[in-house]
Design a protein around this ligand. Structure first.
Ligand SMILES: [Zn+2]
Length: 184
């Protein structure tokens, strides 16, 4: 009985330590409804990291504004049914819900149906994202595993590893290439 109590307590502690980051829902950031959705077959095996190649943001208000602008660009100019990424990460330490866990993204040609696409808000060719954003991304990956959307034996990649692009920027690429389960 004592052992059981300790196991329950320990697993509760672990769940808290590996908790998901704060995720700003679509309604919270003011998303437009998608024109369509293709269900993603989960768990997927890959996480692909991007940068948006736009401006950095440090508050929920300014990151929400960035995300709305990206959604408009993807829907109006690219003519995609929704914002391309599954999630976006701000330097306010928040994660912004894009297509979410269960919808195929439009972020990495030929890889969308077998991956989750996470994009850092900003341009990280020279500078790296702040600690708040890096921690949020690490936590989001663990959250995806814990919730069964990402395989426990997942592989982490940068966008440049799967398509001809400089994304996610040289500086950010160097950071993620030292993270667990990264394979070019
Ligand atoms: Zn990219």
């Amino acid at each position: 009985m004592l052992l059981l109590t300790r196991v329950v307590l320990l697993s509760a502690l672990c769940a808290a330590a590996l908790g998901c980051p704060r995720i700003i829902s679509r309604s919270q950031w003011g998303a437009r409804p998608p024109r369509g959705r293709v269900p993603l077959r989960t768990p997927v095996h890959y996480v692909i990291i991007h940068h948006t190649a736009g401006n950095r943001c440090y508050t929920q208000a300014s990151c929400s504004q960035q995300v709305r602008g990206i959604q408009n660009y993807h829907m109006n100019t690219q003519r995609w049914p929704d914002i391309g990424y599954n999630f976006l990460i701000g330097e306010d330490g928040n994660v912004y819900e894009g297509r979410g866990w269960s919808t195929v993204g439009a972020h990495a040609k030929n890889w969308n149906s077998k991956s989750l696409g996470f994009s850092f808000l900003g341009t990280f060719t020279n500078g790296v994202p702040n600690t708040a954003a890096l921690n949020a991304a690490r936590s989001l990956i663990q959250c995806a595993v814990n919730r069964g959307f990402l395989s426990r034996t997942y592989t982490l990649k940068g966008h440049r590893n799967v398509n001809p692009t400089s994304c996610p920027g040289n500086a950010l690429y160097r950071v993620i290439s030292r993270w667990p389960r990264f394979k070019p």
